[in-house]
Design a protein around this ligand. Structure first.
Ligand SMILES: CC(=O)N[C@H]1[C@@H](OP(=O)(O)OP(=O)(O)OC[C@H]2O[C@@H](n3ccc(=O)[nH]c3=O)[C@H](O)[C@@H]2O)O[C@H](CO)[C@@H](O)[C@@H]1O[C@H](C)C(=O)N[C@@H](C)C(=O)N[C@H](CCC(=O)O)C(=O)O
Ligand SMILES: Nc1ncnc2c1ncn2[C@@H]1O[C@H](COP(=O)(O)OP(=O)(O)OP(=O)(O)O)[C@@H](O)[C@H]1O
Length: 514
């Protein structure tokens, strides 16, 4: 199981409350599936690939994984009420269950289409907006949802931070859920009357068939930078996966930020019509001209070939202005008039971004922000933005997560000490890795720039306390990594940990907060 061992830390999976039963035999006929056992008379109401999520009437998708084969859990799934199993030949050989088994060469590749059939998610779908890129997906998604809500839509949202079904909010596990969970979420949204849904799409989701069976009205590309090379090996391979979202099977239209070379390539190589936006390239269809950067917000002009609007967002930095522009343009691409959007932009973009550049300090002492950034490019964007609104020094606290792309760690250290005045290197979800050796990799990059401004403190609650001691009024502290997470993962065990709360406590102990 990927969720932790601590109760309350594993987020719930949202499902339709009143699914319509469908005959398994109709599924077998429609997809011409090879079946062991008798599908006749079996009624299906759901599907899942996680044995602990099985409900009576489900199909259990027993998928081969990196760590184990889901078929190991088939008996448990059937005991919980699964009425059929979908798996591959290896899974069928070990499933050992008294239930019909559908055997496929690649069950993961079929999961999206089967889940879409089970939950009928192609029937009268809501408007669907998908956002991909290395950084800014969650931020853009929240801003877009805010706009849609202001336009009067009942909205749905699926991000790294939270999933929303109208007013219902749960925390997320993966950025993009597995296909069976995603289609269940869409079915739950339909029950709640959701007419517009915004989905964050990770590279892993595209590659691992998590968004199969979903057809987006508009997709967008924020940027691409060093991350996830443990999964993809090279930036070229990482790019190729992202590009797949911009194909006619996946989406009708797109919005592409061409600030980076990767964005320019998406715009060139896409197979769907796209509009381009940039804060640096005057040739783009739309330009983001930042007019004013303040500690409480940013004002920018969104300049088109024929129209311009001015936009205020309550977030710091031009990178978030670009995210806001992408959100607005996704609606323009979907047929909304920019002028008609202006009022909603004024009100709707004023949503909150959980754990993204979130200010947790009050009026006294240093300003303290908790952020979710965990890549060199995100660090640079946030530190440069904070520098422009900080009269004093910039103190940066971060760690690099374990069991994830180790090749970015030294670069994170280098960026950290280059763009901040003081750097406190600490821990962040070491998972199954040794925390000290992760810190050592970061420190190697940081100390090569300037060892005098680099501190090493473990664990993170001590690190934030040191930062609060170093900083004073007029200074800014950025704690990057944990964002809005409510746990930390040490030695593969998740324990409750909320960075915001630790940060406020540290400020309180230093006399800067009540
Ligand atoms: C590399 C990757 O994406 N792995 C995902 C994948 O794991 P896997 O295929 O190796 O599965 P496994 O753990 O071997 O288990 C095999 C099967 O047995 C099932 N099982 C397993 C145990 C059990 O008790 N019962 C059970 O049914 C599992 O649900 C699975 O279907 O399927 C699992 C079940 O759905 C996921 O939890 C797991 O995500 C892991 C935790 C992960 O860390 N993924 C990251 C890399 C990821 O996907 N990140 C992106 C965003 C990144 C970003 O933008 O920063 C994301 O979209 O979240
Ligand atoms: N357009 C952008 N360019 C660079 N950095 C950005 C941009 N937008 C947001 N960031 C920074 O990237 C970090 C992550 O932001 P956000 O959560 O919105 O991205 P994400 O793509 O959803 O990340 P993840 O996929 O890891 O969930 C934050 O530090 C944020 O300040």
């Amino acid at each position: 199981m990927d969720g932790g061992t601590v109760e309350g830390v594993v987020p719930p999976i949202l499902r339709p409350e009143h699914p319509t039963p469908r005959p398994l035999s109709a599924l077998v006929d429609e997809f011409t599936l090879e079946t062991v056992g008798d599908a006749d008379g079996v009624e299906v109401t759901g599907i899942t690939n996680a044995s602990h999520d099985v409900r009576p009437g489900d199909i259990f998708a027993a998928l081969p994984g990196l760590r184990r084969h889901g078929a190991e859990f088939a008996a448990d799934a059937v005991a919980r009420g699964a009425v059929a199993v979908v798996t591959d030949a290896a899974g069928a050989a070990v499933a050992g269950v008294d239930a019909p088994i559908i055997v496929l060469d690649e069950p993961r590749a079929a999961l999206g289409e089967i889940a879409s059939w089970v939950y009928r998610t192609r029937e009268d779908p809501p408007k669907l907006y998908g956002i991909t890129g290395t950084n800014g997906k969650t931020s853009t998604a929240f801003m877009l949802e805010g706009l849609l809500a202001d336009l009067g839509f009942v909205t749905g949202l699926s991000t790294t931070a939270e999933r929303h079904v109208g007013d219902e909010i749960v925390t997320s596990k993966l950025t993009t859920p597995e296909a069976s969970e995603l289609h269940a979420l869409l079915a739950r949204m339909r029950e709640a009357g959701v007419r517009a849904a915004v989905l964050e799409v990770s590279a892993q989701a595209i590659e691992r068939h998590r968004i199969d069976g979903v057809e987006f009205d508009v997709v967008s590309f924020t940027n691409l930078s060093h991350d996830h090379l443990d999964d993809y090996g090279s930036m070229e391979a990482y790019f190729a996966v992202k590009l797949e979202l911009f194909t006619p099977d996946r989406a009708e239209r797109g919005v592409v930020c061409v600030d980076s070379e990767w964005g320019r390539r998406v715009a060139e190589e896409t197979r769907i019509p796209v509009t381009t936006v940039s804060s640096t390239d005057a040739e783009a269809d739309w330009r983001v001209d930042v007019l004013d950067e303040r500690v409480d917000g940013t004002r920018f002009a969104l300049v088109g070939r024929e129209r311009t609007i001015e936009v205020d967002i309550p977030f710091i930095g031009r990178h978030l202005a670009v995210d806001a522009a992408i959100a607005i343009l996704m609606l323009v691409e979907d047929g909304f008039e920019l002028d008609a959007l202006a009022e909603s932009v004024r009100r709707g973009v004023r949503s909150t971004l959980p754990g993204r550049m979130e200010r947790v300090s009050g009026d006294r002492g240093p300003a303290l922000f908790v952020d979710y950034g965990h890549s060199p490019d995100a660090f640079q964007a946030t530190l440069e933005a904070l520098r422009r609104v900080t009269p004093g020094r910039l103190v940066f606290v971060f760690g690099a997560d374990g069991d994830r792309d180790a090749t970015k760690r030294a670069e994170m250290g280098r960026i950290g000490v280059t763009y901040a005045d003081e750097l406190v290197v600490t821990d962040f979800n070491p998972r199954t890795e040794d925390a000290a050796s992760i810190r050592a990799q970061i420190l190697e990059g940081a100390r090569a720039v300037d060892p005098a401004r680099v501190h090493e403190v473990s664990p993170e609650e001590d690190a934030i306390r040191l930062a609060v001691t170093i900083a004073g009024p007029g200074d800014t502290i950025l704690w990057a990594g944990p964002g809005d997470a409510d746990y930390r993962d040490v030695a593969g065990v998740r324990e409750p940990f909320v960075a915001r709360d630790e940060a406020v406590l540290a400020l309180h102990e230093a006399g800067w907060a009540e």
